[in-house]
Write a protein that binds this ligand. Structure first.
Ligand code: MN
Length: 738
């Protein structure tokens, strides 16, 4: 049984071609200037090459390439595509070579034939998950020229039309492959006619049981359907006759595969599929589309939520049309599509409709390639309605990927949400490391910009740039992530190493000794092993991080009783005091802050900004005192040597610690009596102790209060600040740094 003709526009109009003259006639219809002699020459070349070969149907092999060329002519493709259709199997199946083709038909045709041959040799994996990958493979294979895919699709369509000659087990395998790869690709390229015919043909071999049931059902209701279609057409005519609008209207059943999918998706019977009938109205202009929509809605009630404006919001594959579902005659739901004739042409022929190779010399090869890839990404980009998108192209090959261009026009693929940093690392680690910003389509964007499909990305670099740990918060590719982590780690190691070495040398100099002289021999080896150090560098790093003090080194390596040279008493004792103070503090605050992921590093809280748990903080390696913690907005921190900066973070144990820290608050208030009492109550309600308070009044009757309070963390502090702000007469509360 043949596929019902009412479902396929392409096959409906196709008369089988008997010879090359039939083909030439078809080409002449749309391209009177076409070089038909070249077409005839290609036909003879192919006929000769395939001489003695037969298809399973028993006909001479040449009918296959002739039919493929015929399909390409229906898509109104250029002579080169049609010749490729005629020659597409010669290299693979006959003694003819690519060189022969190049000699007779030129470079382009040879390249196209080669591309089609390569696709034919590709092994596709039959699994829906692999579908995107398969299609991508194909896009890569034919990357040079979209016509390769068009020829391959025409080849597959003809093979599907003649699939009944194949053995049964091959039928279902080929049908499934077509359903999973070629039909979606045709849809992706917007060639609806091909997609629909391929789907119905696949359906027939993939699920013959259901297919024939549906064919029967559609057939049974055919005359009834036709009467109904005529009635709808008549009513539209009645409504439209007052207008000047010239239109054509077509009515038909939706194709079987789409009916079947509706049935399975909603788990319903054929009879329950409402909108089986679809009507199409073609008009001259966009304005007329909306006008006609108005008429349609004046005759029949539209079903809410079913109106879709693909004119304002074209589909992923550039499809444009208005869709509405209305309650038609007899209460039947009917879908009506309204579009211009031009939109219709694009809907039917997709990318083939754009193919302007006839205008010779217009597109050079690279431009054509870039254009084709741009179109692919544009289809994706044009989707503004994600729901509709999912609905129509469920198996979208670009679902979670974006394609962007390098300044040279190369295409790169990224996961959605990828940033210029991901882009830079994908090109080269050095580029990623030095990346300071990017120009997207000529405009400057920040590093965390999320790249969009079709963006042209140019990376800006700076020699002094170093990757920051913050980058890890926005990059998405694993390559960028691991490179940044590696770099940050390595940088901190290097910094600690330099600092550690510095500290050690200074410590030894204090005793009039040269450090490097002592870094050999048994004593030193013993020291290393006692502290579990694998190398001198490791020792320096530990010292740089403040995990090990240089004085231990001196104690162990210098002879007992070595005196400090030129002691500067005051400085020394001050330093000693500081170190002791820091060490004492450290004992208490250990594990409150982690440095670079380690929570056993000596830390010391800067007095200037008094960080409390919950504040955003940074650490600076300070000589002999481990790491000093500043708030990240502390001005003092900016003045410090940025080389000493390390990543620090509050540890999770902060809450359990229950340790309180002092912070300073400045409160501006009206000079009203009793206010101080209210303020101190606000603190005590939240269990906050006031360590000190100072009040100063100004000439204009304002009071400036300075409090030093002890709090557990930033949360407790902000609660207190909120409480203060509620007090009538309080004009402002501010946390002060030094
Ligand atoms: Mn073929």
């Amino acid at each position: 049984m043949a596929a019902p003709s009412l479902t396929t526009d392409l096959s409906q109009s196709t008369k089988p071609l008997k010879n090359v003259e039939d083909l030439c006639e078809r080409i002449k219809l749309y391209d009177p200037q076409a070089d038909l002699n070249l077409v005839r020459k290609a036909y003879l070349f192919s006929e000769k090459a395939h001489e003695g070969q037969f298809r399973r149907s028993g006909e001479a092999y040449i009918f296959h390439p002739l039919s493929v060329a015929g399909i390409l002519a229906e898509l109104r493709l250029d002579v080169e595509s049609i010749i490729t259709g005629l020659l597409h199997d010669t290299v693979e199946d006959t003694p003819a070579t690519l060189d022969d083709i190049k000699k007779e038909f030129g470079e382009t045709v040879a390249m196209l034939v080669d591309g089609v041959t390569k696709i034919s040799q590709m092994k596709f994996r039959n699994s829906v998950e692999k579908q995107g990958e398969n299609i991508r493979k194909m896009i890569v294979a034919m990357g040079k020229d979209v016509r390769v895919v068009l020829v391959k699709l025409a080849d597959r369509l003809h093979n599907m039309r003649t699939l009944h000659h194949m053995p049964y087990e091959k039928q279902s395998r080929i049908a499934l492959e077509t359903l999973e790869i070629y039909a979606p690709l045709a849809g992706r390229m917007g060639i609806n006619t091909l997609k629909i015919e391929l789907e119905d043909l696949c359906f027939r071999y993939y699920r013959p049981d259901m297919y024939y049931i549906l064919v029967q059902k559609v057939k049974k209701t055919e005359s009834e359907t036709n009467r109904y279609i005529d009635e709808v057409k008549r009513l539209i005519y009645e409504a439209m006759k007052k207008t000047e609008i010239k239109y054509e209207v077509y009515g038909r059943s939706k194709h079987l595969w789409s009916i079947y999918r509706k049935m399975t998706a909603r788990d319903i019977d054929f009879e329950q599929v409402f909108d089986v009938l679809a009507f199409r109205l073609l008009v001259g202009s966009v304005t007329e589309c909306y006008e006609v929509l108005g008429y349609i809605h004046s005759i029949w009630k539209p079903i809410p939520g079913r109106f879709k404006d693909f004119i304002a919001m074209p589909k992923a594959n550039n499809y444009q049309s208005l869709h509405t579902t209305v309650v038609g005659p007899g209460g039947e739901r009917i879908e009506i599509q309204i579009r211009t004739r031009e939109m219709h042409m694009i809907a039917e022929r997709g990318i083939a409709a754009h193919w302007k190779y006839k205008e010779k010399g217009v597109a050079d090869k690279t431009e054509a390639q870039a254009q084709w890839l741009r179109e692919l990404v544009n289809w994706h980009q044009n989707v503004r309605n994600p729901e509709e998108f999912l609905d129509t192209v469920k198996s979208d090959l670009f679902e979670s990927e974006i394609y962007v261009f390098t300044p040279n026009g190369d295409v790169r693929e990224f996961p959605e949400g990828a940033t210029p940093v991901d882009f830079a690392f994908s090109i080269h680690s050095d580029l990623g490391v030095k990346c300071v910003g990017a120009r997207i389509n000529g405009k400057m964007v920040p590093l965390k910009y999320r790249m969009q499909n079709g963006d042209t990305v140019e990376i800006m670099t700076n020699k002094t740039q170093v990757p920051s740990k913050d980058w890890l918060k926005f990059v998405v590719t694993s390559k960028a992530k691991s490179k940044i982590r590696q770099y940050v780690k390595e940088e901190q190691r290097k910094r600690s190493l330099i600092l550690g070495k510095d500290l050690v040398e200074k410590e030894f100099r204090k005793f009039g000794a040269n450090a490097s002289k002592h870094f050999q021999g048994d004593l030193f080896d013993q020291f290393l092993s006692d502290f579990g150090l694998g190398s001198i560098d490791e020792m320096y790093i530990k010292i740089g991080y403040g995990k090990l003090e240089p004085k231990h080194l001196v104690e162990r390596l210098l002879p007992k009783g070595t005196e400090i040279q030129n002691p500067k008493k005051e400085t020394e004792s001050f330093m000693d005091r500081m170190v002791r103070a820091a060490t004492n503090k450290v004992k208490k605050s250990k594990s409150l802050v982690s440095v670079d992921g380690m929570d056993d590093v000596l830390v010391h809280f800067a007095k200037c900004c008094s960080p409390i748990p919950g504040d955003s903080i940074v650490g600076f390696i300070s000589r002999g005192r481990g790491v000093t913690i500043h708030r990240s907005d502390c001005k003092k921190g900016f003045e410090l040597d940025q080389l000493r900066k390390v990543e620090v973070d509050w540890t999770r144990k902060q809450a359990e610690q229950g340790q309180e820290r002092n912070v300073k608050l400045k409160v501006l208030a009206q000079d009203v009596t009793g206010l101080l009492k209210l303020m101190s109550e606000a603190f005590s309600v939240h269990g906050i102790n006031i360590e000190s308070a100072q009040v100063r009044t100004t000439k204009d009757k304002k009071a400036i209060c300075h409090f030093e309070i002890s709090v557990r963390d930033a949360t407790q502090l902000s609660v207190a600040i909120l409480e203060l702000q509620k007090i009538r007469g309080i004009l402002g509360v501010e946390r002060v740094m030094s």
